[in-house]
Design a binder for this molecule. Structure first.
Ligand code: HEM
Length: 404
């Protein structure tokens, strides 16, 4: 596997952290670049750069020796990289405007290309069990569905309705199908493939049932992320059904993986085993928090509190999604559990914890009308710097490794 794909994946992660630190410096020293430009650049490079290429990287590493047309893959990856870099700087420079919208739209077409490539590659390959293919196909469907969001946003913006509920609801539609659909299902599908390659057994029947329950619940589950709009009792009930369905499915997935710990320890070591337990715990906590939000009135309160919304998003994206990508990169030996990498992982973990504790505590103090958390903004900046150091250490550890 060529090393440049991993370097660009880490470069995009560095862009994510870089813009994150920049936004955290903003309250102390605003820069000439408007805040909303940074926010757009940050979230877009996070989803379409770091996570997108990270997931593709894992898939490529697993299938690399079976890929016949390597030239095609290089061309596809280089297109992803160029479009993502242009899009990132377009958002920094002009925010949500003509050039950045063109680049983000181009990215969607590249996503279709990648989705088709993954689908065809998987069909040809024997590396994927029926269960793993199911999750991967579900992920690709969610990816394509999520892409309706940006097209709708363009339409809504053209009608001059940027300030309406519809605009926000469309953003949440996109986010929901991206991280609850595409990211989550693909990560599970890849994980099953990696462990099955080591002949580690999972409860396939339960996994398949959980998949169908999860996929069906994903659709009503969307309504749950827009409960702050008063959609009426029927929509609230449908959203609750979706959330409960997703929660049961997640519990089943974790249950189906019960008993793999000793084999994981044997093949991948204790550090990886504990990291997997941690990311799965984050996944269960995330879905349990969502379940808790069925309580009437709580959803509105949560969505009105910016620190809690950002805390929740990063709990999922930085915690579950990013950490699971890093864990899988280690399992497939792109990263190695060297001294430097483990040090980087711990610093990253500390940054994550500090970020979450501060954001959720701040939310709590707002609800209870207490005074703000002392050194809140300084603490968030420190957390961002720790995350940045963690990512750099992991990247350098890869640079030093002989493994490709
Ligand atoms: C690695 C360290 C990271 C840092 C320091 C960081 C920091 C931030 C900051 C400061 C904000 C703005 C908060 C506000 O305006 O109240 C933000 C928003 C956001 N971040 Fe991150 N972030 C990081 C990683 C990630 C990752 C990995 C993802 C996704 C995979 C992500 C996705 C988002 C999203 C979706 C938003 C909300 C954007 C919006 O409201 O339009 N972040 N982040």
């Amino acid at each position: 596997m060529p090393k440049y794909i991993t370097h660009f994946t880490f470069l995009f992660f560095a862009f994510v952290v870089g813009t994150g630190i920049w936004m955290r410096i903003y309250p102390f020293s605003p820069s000439r670049v408007p805040y909303d430009h940074l926010l757009h650049a940050h979230s877009h490079v996070a989803f379409l750069g770091w996570v997108f290429l990270g997931l593709l990287l894992i898939f490529l590493k697993i299938t690399w020796t079976n890929i016949k047309s390597k030239k095609h893959v290089h061309f596809m990856i280089i297109t992803v990289i160029i479009v993502t870099i242009l899009m990132f700087f377009a958002y920094i420079y002009q925010g949500y405007d003509v050039f950045s919208i063109i680049m983000a739209t181009l990215h969607i077409f590249v996503e279709y290309w990648v989705a088709l490539f993954i689908y065809l590659q998987m069909k040809k390959s024997r590396l994927f069990s029926k269960t793993a293919s199911l999750y991967i196909k579900g992920a690709l469907i969610a990816l394509v569905i999520s892409s309706i969001g940006p097209f709708l946003l363009g339409f809504i913006a053209a009608k001059g309705l940027q300030d309406s509920y519809l605009f926000e609801m469309t953003i949440y539609f996109y986010l929901h199908f991206q991280y609850n659909g595409w990211f989550l299902l693909f990560l599970i599908g890849l994980f099953i493939t990696i462990i099955q390659s080591k002949k580690i057994k999972v409860n396939e029947l339960l996994m398949k049932r959980a998949f169908w329950l999860y996929l069906i619940s994903l659709f009503p589950g969307y309504l749950h992320s827009v409960l702050w709009v008063d959609l009426g009792t029927a929509a609230t009930i449908v959203s609750a059904i979706g959330v409960v369905g997703q929660w049961i499915a997640i519990i089943c997935i974790v249950y189906a993986l019960k008993g793999i710990s000793p084999a994981i320890s044997k093949h991948f070591g204790k550090f990886i085993k504990n990291s997997i337990l941690f990311v799965l715990a984050l996944l269960v906590i995330k879905h349990s928090l969502e379940l808790g939000m069925i309580i009437p009135g709580l959803a509105g309160l949560v969505y009105d509190t910016r620190s809690v919304v950002i805390g929740y998003l990063h709990f999922t994206l930085l915690g579950f999604v990013s950490m699971f990508i890093l864990v899988q990169l280690t399992m497939i030996q792109i990263l190695s559990p060297s001294h430097l990498a483990i040090k980087g992982a711990w610093i990253f973990f500390l940054g994550f914890l500090l970020n979450e504790v501060l954001l959720f505590t701040q939310g709590l103090t707002e609800w209870l009308a207490f005074s703000s958390v002392p050194f809140y903004l300084e603490g968030l900046l420190l957390a961002a710097i720790l995350l940045g150091i963690g990512v750099l250490y992991l990247w350098i550890s890869y640079k030093n490794t002989k493994i490709v």
